[in-house]
Design a protein around this ligand. Structure first.
Ligand code: OOG
Ligand code: NI
Length: 465
């Protein structure tokens, strides 16, 4: 009898669950945060019947409780290459290119995540994965030292790579192999309380940039946070102190709105954790390192290139006036008044992506509408419904804000802004997916299907022309 096959969605779910358990055991505050988020989500669903209905329609309710994202930082090109292969086993693929050097953080990144509608509904687990840019270290000696230290590590277990090869050759893993794969892959993300370097080297790396020390001094790329999704981030932000958690001063991203867009995030400070540093006489020196922090996010509708351009412009205008922490929120809200806060406007102005579906009324009236009805007619008649498509990605300005709030504000380097997607994709061994194309495709597919159900397939062609 052939062995049972595991599918990628199942492996991803096993993995994200294992990761969550490991992190909960390692960072107790994470457990507290999850409880707070669950309480607030329950309350939000109870209070907002419409929100619940919309989430239910788009199958979002199911995934809410399993939804997490994590982040890791890699040191070598081949680590990124192999990370892509390992994530592929779990149905996670590189989407988007994020250049953080412009924000004084010497890394560039991508997000590994599922890309198909079905896979996203099952479990949208994502990992923001950055690669250290040693080319941005100006001190030659330090750069060569960092390269030499990194060259000596192996972040994957031999068995994890072997199972990845089997997956690539066979196109799947058996259930038993999948379970073993999850255990082996998890090893890469584990925290190491022993550094691979001495305290003196650590300090030099740290002086160059705290992030360089974080990547170079350890055996592997410890997961540095695991972020649950909330339906009301303002409530979480307000509720954190009562549970003994101190949030960062402001929420990153767009302001609070009736129709949430993109992504809003807040975090709590990295923990100072005990580390043993190497010493020549085989003894070790105790010290500390801060890397792991907590983060919460609220996701809204994905914006079209036009909507995103407006978002970026408005956000930049708030940053330009240099609002202080105290008036940041009101300044942000003021600037964003020009961004329509109404689903119908967001759709008609082409600012956001939507998933269309045929309504029961529409299906009943299937023969009733004529060849001449337009898309807007079908919507107006209540034959066609549209729901927001969730933003599945990250925001570089927010990511930089999160990086910085955890790095301490005194470390604002200015790297020459040299974005280098080509070098990143060479290391990755693949091109990153364009997130805008993925959202546009999801919208188009839903519309095509809905119109076919309504018996108006000709409209699909016209709407997409
Ligand atoms: C990643 C920070 C980016 C987010 O949610 O924007 C991120 C890191 O600190 O390594 O996770
Ligand atoms: Ni994050």
């Amino acid at each position: 009898m052939p062995a049972l096959r595991a599918n990628a969605d199942e492996i991803r779910t096993l993995f994200s669950r294992a990761m969550s358990e490991m992190y909960r055991a390692e960072v107790p505050q994470y457990g507290t945060l999850i409880e707070l988020v669950n309480d607030i989500n329950r309350e939000a669903l109870r209070r907002h019947e419409q929100l619940r209905a919309s989430l239910e329609r788009s199958d979002e309710l199911e995934r809410l409780n399993v939804e997490r994202h994590g982040a890791i930082r890699l040191g070598r090109a081949d680590e990124l290459f192999n990370m892509r292969r390992v994530f592929a086993v779990m149905g996670m693929h590189p989407v988007g290119y994020y250049d953080l050097s412009v924000a004084g953080v010497p890394v560039h990144a991508t997000a590994f995540r599922p890309i198909g509608d079905t896979a996203l509904r099952r479990n949208p687990f994502r990992v923001f994965t950055s690669l250290l840019r040693l080319d941005l270290i100006e001190d030659d000696t330090l750069r060569l030292d960092a390269e030499r230290i990194l060259a000596g590590r192996r972040i994957f277990t031999p068995r994890a790579l072997e199972l990845t090869r089997i997956f690539e050759m066979e196109g799947h893993l058996t259930i038993t192999q999948a379970e073993q794969f999850v255990r082996e892959a998890l090893e890469t993300f584990r925290w190491h309380s022993e550094a691979t370097v001495g305290l003196e080297v650590y300090k030099r790396l740290h002086d160059a940039h705290r992030l360089i020390a974080d990547v170079v001094s350890f055996k592997g790329p410890h997961i540095n946070h695991l972020t649950p999704r909330t339906l009301d981030i303002d409530a979480v932000q307000a509720g954190m102190p009562q549970r003994g958690i101190a949030p960062k001063a402001v929420i990153e991203g767009p302001p609070r709105r009736d129709c949430p867009i993109l992504l809003r995030q807040t975090s709590f400070k990295a923990l100072e954790e005990p580390i043993l540093f190497r010493q020549a006489n085989a003894k070790s020196t105790p010290g500390t390192h801060t890397a792991r922090f907590g983060e919460i996010e609220q996701r809204g509708v994905a914006l079209t290139p036009k909507g995103r351009e407006l978002y970026d412009r408005l956000l930049a205008s708030v940053r330009q006036v240099g609002a202080t922490v105290r008036d940041y929120d009101s300044e942000l809200a003021e600037r964003f008044k020009v961004f329509p806060d109404d689903w119908s406007e967001l759709r008609s102005q082409g600012l956001a992506f939507f998933r269309y579906s045929a309504t029961p009324v529409g299906l009943q009236a299937r023969e009733g509408h004529t060849l001449s009805s337009s898309l807007d007619d079908l919507v107006a008649a209540g034959f066609l419904r549209y729901d927001p498509i969730v933003y599945e990605d990250f925001l570089p300005v927010s990511a930089a804000g999160i990086f910085q709030s955890n790095l301490g504000t005194n470390q604002q380097q200015n790297y020459a802004a040299r974005s280098n997607q080509v070098a990143f994709e060479t290391a990755l061994g693949a091109k990153v997916h364009d997130e805008m194309k993925l959202y546009a495709q999801a919208e188009r597919d839903s519309l095509e299907q809905a119109l076919a159900q309504l018996g108006s397939p000709h409209l699909a062609r016209r709407a997409m022309a």
